[in-house]
Design a protein around this ligand. Structure first.
Ligand SMILES: *[C@@H]1O[C@H](CO)[C@@H](O)[C@H](O)[C@H]1NC(C)=O
Ligand SMILES: *[C@@H]1O[C@H](CO)[C@@H](O)[C@H](O)[C@H]1NC(C)=O
Ligand SMILES: *[C@@H]1O[C@H](CO)[C@@H](O)[C@H](O)[C@H]1NC(C)=O
Ligand SMILES: *[C@@H]1O[C@H](CO)[C@@H](O)[C@H](O)[C@H]1NC(C)=O
Ligand SMILES: *[C@@H]1O[C@H](CO)[C@@H](O)[C@H](O)[C@H]1NC(C)=O
Ligand SMILES: *[C@@H]1O[C@H](CO)[C@@H](O)[C@H](O)[C@H]1NC(C)=O
Ligand SMILES: *[C@@H]1O[C@H](CO)[C@@H](O)[C@H](O)[C@H]1NC(C)=O
Ligand SMILES: *[C@@H]1O[C@H](CO)[C@@H](O)[C@H](O)[C@H]1NC(C)=O
Length: 633
């Protein structure tokens, strides 16, 4: 079962834009707003061109009613955190406000809309306000283009001062390194803090959101090396407010500040769709049948995911990006390095848990650890930066390879699910049926026996939990089944100096580290006492090691398919516009805790908070050395 991050596609926006046009040529004089968009050479598209087309889509009250009813039912009866989100407490490092998602959706239902785009953006903002990286609302109609700014920013600390600086400039890096004084006439730092606080979902921690807004390094398996990623402030799928951001920059060699227009570069997200008018845009884009999404795919995924590097471990790659760190082995989600000047230190980068088959990638992790051991490595740095999740099964394998199983429940997180009448009806036929993962108890562990359930009765004897004054039905405490590693591997890894030895392991995260990565980090830090370093955010403020660690994700389409597959009637109509609507469907708990891990702020904290420097922003190996020096001299 997957704990995929939703934000994944957004993370690839700006890297993987499709160079070809959606456009079909037409005659400008007789064209409506979408016709004009289609007729323009894609190289010269502006935000306004796209926004005008979006704004011209007519509001259809019948469609809107169906959409809102479905979203309302989904978040009333299926979303696991509906009641928990009412929680008034937001202990550090979280800063979430209580969100009554149902009340907000009801308010949308009472609003008289004339603008369809605004209607959908209001739903989107409501879901984003949950600050849950697993919950998202993407209508393909209004996400057909990506917007990449000329400038991407980051926030390193230089000489003790944290400031926004230019991370990348598409114009030959002309302004790279300049300090950003102002954005759209406002002080840059507070503008950015406000933007990431209010405009992003992703995390209950605004400093994790700040990290995801800014530029960073991500590992590119197709290139076999790290590369820059612009961050969600500079790479968006919702049209920005204007055609350019006005920056005031202060550059080292210049005596006075310069004004720079950071224009948005507009790129279509899909290649195949054609339209020449508002009418055909609605027909071909908005009403297009939904992608065959299974809930495991990296949807909302109009852009393709980069093809992974050739299969399996391949030692001795030519790409040696760091002079002081040798890459020794790599799988599809994992890369191993050996520090040349500190030969007792090895580095395991896990940049994705979204790798299947998980056993194959688990084998790569095992082989990599063996390779480090054969080089006499004694200390291990684990780098989870930018890893936004994937399969909980792989997460469990990684934890066991470092802290091998001592008991059957070592790598299980207790969990529960929502139960409703329609779900109980469907669950009657869900046991071991196809495509029924969220109502098939054969995939869940009975904590009393340690074995999978033998029938689906868990759904017919729910318990009532009252949260923040609301009562709802949930299953008893159970757990997702995860694989254990073979004894032959245990026998080998237990001879390694870092195995079962928290003193010889350090973890680096960046608050972007989400979902399955958060669960892995939770196990290592809370249960096995490994120290973790979190980098970025605001210097001097508390910062989460990870985000949205306490749930797994499904798409609305998964539920609809399940009901269809069981010959049952879903309580939700399909939404008229092609959409990817995701939600958390199962909540996990930290050991001995009654607070769902998603909201268990204490588990997200670490005392080790690092700032980015210019050097560590652009050179990952510098960060590994910094952490090693702070940890082991
Ligand atoms: C779009 O404009 C670019 C730059 O002027 C040009 O190279 C390209 O051929 C044009 N494409 C089309 C389809 O006209
Ligand atoms: C909404 O769309 C449906 C289906 O295309 C159509 O029958 C109906 O007339 C539309 N309603 C309005 C108010 O445009
Ligand atoms: C991060 O920067 C702040 C502000 O300059 C400083 O007070 C703090 O000591 C720095 N943290 C580390 C670990 O260097
Ligand atoms: C902060 O962002 C919100 C949402 O984008 C906006 O409405 C508000 O005006 C901003 N506040 C400031 C002080 O910039
Ligand atoms: C990596 O991905 C490729 C292509 O999907 C696959 O053939 C290969 O088995 C994968 N390797 C690992 C180690 O998972
Ligand atoms: C590892 O240490 C052993 C024992 O000290 C030594 O014989 C061996 O050459 C070392 N291996 C490497 C790759 O340095
Ligand atoms: C489930 O799907 C598999 C493969 O698609 C098929 O072989 C099997 O018969 C199906 N089982 C049921 C109960 O429908
Ligand atoms: C959970 O509680 C048990 C029993 O009180 C205790 O032995 C164990 O150490 C606790 N585990 C954690 C991770 O707090």
């Amino acid at each position: 079962m997957a704990l995929i991050s939703l934000q994944k596609t957004l993370l690839f926006v700006g890297i993987l834009l499709i160079p070809t046009a959606l456009a079909a040529p037409g005659n400008p004089s007789s064209l409506d707003a979408c016709g004009l968009l289609a007729s323009k050479n894609v190289t010269f598209l502006t935000v306004t061109d796209v926004a005008n087309c979006y704004q011209a889509i007519p509001f259809n009250s019948t469609y809107a009613k169906t959409t809102l009813e479905t979203v309302y039912t989904l978040f009333k009866d299926y979303y696991i955190f509906t009641d928990t989100a009412l929680n008034p407490r937001a202990p550090k490092p979280f800063k979430n406000e209580p969100i009554d998602v149902l009340k907000r959706l009801e308010a949308i239902g009472k609003t008289k809309y004339t603008n369809d785009f605004q209607f959908h953006m209001d739903i989107r903002a409501t879901i984003d306000a949950l600050k849950d990286g697993h919950a998202s609302y993407d209508v393909h109609c209004y996400g057909a283009y990506a917007f990449v700014n000329r400038l991407a920013l980051h926030a390193p600390v230089v000489n003790g001062i944290q400031q926004l600086r230019v991370f990348r400039d598409t114009h030959d890096d002309e302004y790279k390194g300049c300090i950003v004084n102002k954005i759209n006439g406002q002080p840059a730092w507070s503008y950015m803090k406000n933007w990431s606080t209010y405009d992003l979902g992703y995390s209950h921690d605004p400093n994790a959101r700040l990290n995801i807004a800014l530029g960073t390094q991500v590992y590119k398996p197709d290139m076999g090396r790290f590369d820059t990623f612009d961050g969600l402030f500079a790479a968006r799928t919702v049209p920005p407010e204007s055609d350019a951001i006005e920056y005031q920059l202060r550059c080292e060699e210049a005596s006075r500040p310069v004004k720079v227009f950071g224009e948005w570069i507009v790129q279509p997200m899909r290649e195949e769709v054609k339209f020449e008018s508002v009418q055909s845009y609605v027909k071909n884009v908005c009403l297009a049948p939904e992608d065959d999404s299974t809930g495991h795919g990296p949807t909302p995924a109009p852009a393709p995911i980069p093809s992974p590097s050739p299969a399996g471990p391949h030692p001795g790659l030519e790409v040696q990006e760091f002079p002081s760190a040798e890459k020794i082995l790599e799988g599809n989600g994992t890369v191993f390095y050996h520090l040349k000047e500190q030969p007792h230190i090895g580095v395991m980068v896990i940049h994705s848990f979204d790798i299947s088959p998980v056993e194959v990638e688990g084998e790569v992790v095992f082989e990599g650890l063996k390779a480090l051991h054969s080089r006499n490595v004694t200390n291990l740095v684990i780098d989870f930066q930018g890893n936004i999740g994937g399969y909980i099964e792989l997460s469990a394998i990684v934890v066991q390879l470092l802290f091998p199983n001592r008991g059957p429940f070592d790598v299980l997180l207790e969990a529960d699910q929502r139960v409703t009448k329609p779900l109980q009806q469907a669950a009657l036929h869900g046991y071991k049926a196809n495509n029924t993962e969220y109502l098939d108890a054969s995939l869940l562990v009975d904590l009393k026996t340690g074995l999978p359930y033998e029938d689906n009765s868990i759904f017919s004897r729910p318990v009532t939990l009252t949260r923040n004054g609301r009562k709802n039905l949930y299953t008893e405490r159970t757990a997702l089944y995860v694989p254990t590693i073979p004894q032959s591997q245990v026998d080998i890894v237990k001879t390694f100096p870092w195995t079962n030895n928290a003193n010889n392991i350090r973890v680096i995260t960046d608050g972007r580290s989400g979902s399955a990565t958060g669960m892995t980090t939770y196990f290592l830090t809370s249960e096995y006492n490994v120290e973790a370093f979190v980098v970025g955010g605001t210097a001097g403020e508390d910062m989460s090691m990870f985000s949205f660690a306490g749930a797994s994700v499904l798409a609305l389409s998964d539920i609809q398919q399940t009901y269809k597959g069981l010959g049952a009637v879903s309580p939700m109509k399909d939404v008229p516009f092609a959409s990817t609507i995701r939600f958390s469907w199962e909540e996990a708990y930290a050991r001995n805790s009654t607070i769902p891990l998603e909201y268990d702020a204490a588990r997200y904290r670490t005392k080790n908070h690092l700032n980015y420097s210019i050097e560590t922003s652009f050179d990952r190996s510098a960060m590994w050395k910094q952490v090693a020096a702070l940890s082991w001299n």
